[in-house]
Design a protein around this ligand. Structure first.
Ligand SMILES: [Zn+2]
Length: 191
């Protein structure tokens, strides 16, 4: 499970590479765009509910333990229940490209570049998650709901003794070292 730190760093890496080659991707708006779309598939943590108030249930002790582990507010519920579903697929990446392309075309001439960039960012998220998700991802959704498993326990897998907080901290540290290192190298090379 890459953390938001990992997906944010990936967005920054994509921006660092693209901004040298594409004029439309120079400023902070494009940086923000890359970070948002690199994290977008995790919107499946959010479930919209009716507006009757349901209070806090419990924090998750670990992903995929069940729908009872959730955080609820009026109209919104955060839970692992639907995580790693359709939003983690190439089909979702194509849908986002289409939506971004249509919206960008209204305001911009270079709508194709924004569309491709959004797809790249979403795909980066899907590829990172598929490397660490034991239950796999429905990569070819909606054509197929078969889950493709490529988990390599990257680079230190989860063990129950860690607990959820320990696992998240360990993952975040790994991501900062590995992706932060890659970012520094790319930054120097692209300078
Ligand atoms: Zn994800």
């Amino acid at each position: 499970m890459p953390t938001p730190i990992g997906h944010t760093l990936t967005g920054v890496i994509i921006h660092t590479i693209i901004r040298k080659k594409r004029e439309h991707c120079q400023g902070w708006i494009c940086l923000l765009f890359c970070i948002i779309f690199s994290s977008l598939p995790d919107i499946d943590f959010i479930t919209l509910t009716n507006l009757s108030f349901t209070s806090f249930t419990s924090f998750p002790s670990f992903p995929h333990q069940g729908a009872e582990n959730c955080f609820s507010l009026p109209g919104v519920r955060l839970s692992w229940e639907n995580h790693h579903g359709p939003t983690h697929s190439l089909g979702f990446a194509m849908l986002i490209m289409l939506i971004v392309g249509v919206v960008a075309r209204i305001f911009q001439k270079n709508w194709k570049q924004w569309s491709i960039l959004s797809g790249l960012c979403v795909i980066s998220h899907v590829l990172m998650d598929i490397l660490v998700t034991k239950k796999g991802l429905m990569l070819f959704y909606p054509l197929s709901t078969h889950r493709i498993i490529l988990a390599i326990g990257f680079p230190f897998g989860y063990s129950p003794e860690m607990g959820f907080i320990g696992f998240v901290v360990m993952s975040a540290l790994e991501e900062m070292v590995i992706l932060g290192g890659i970012l520094i190298v790319i930054w120097k090379v692209m300078k």
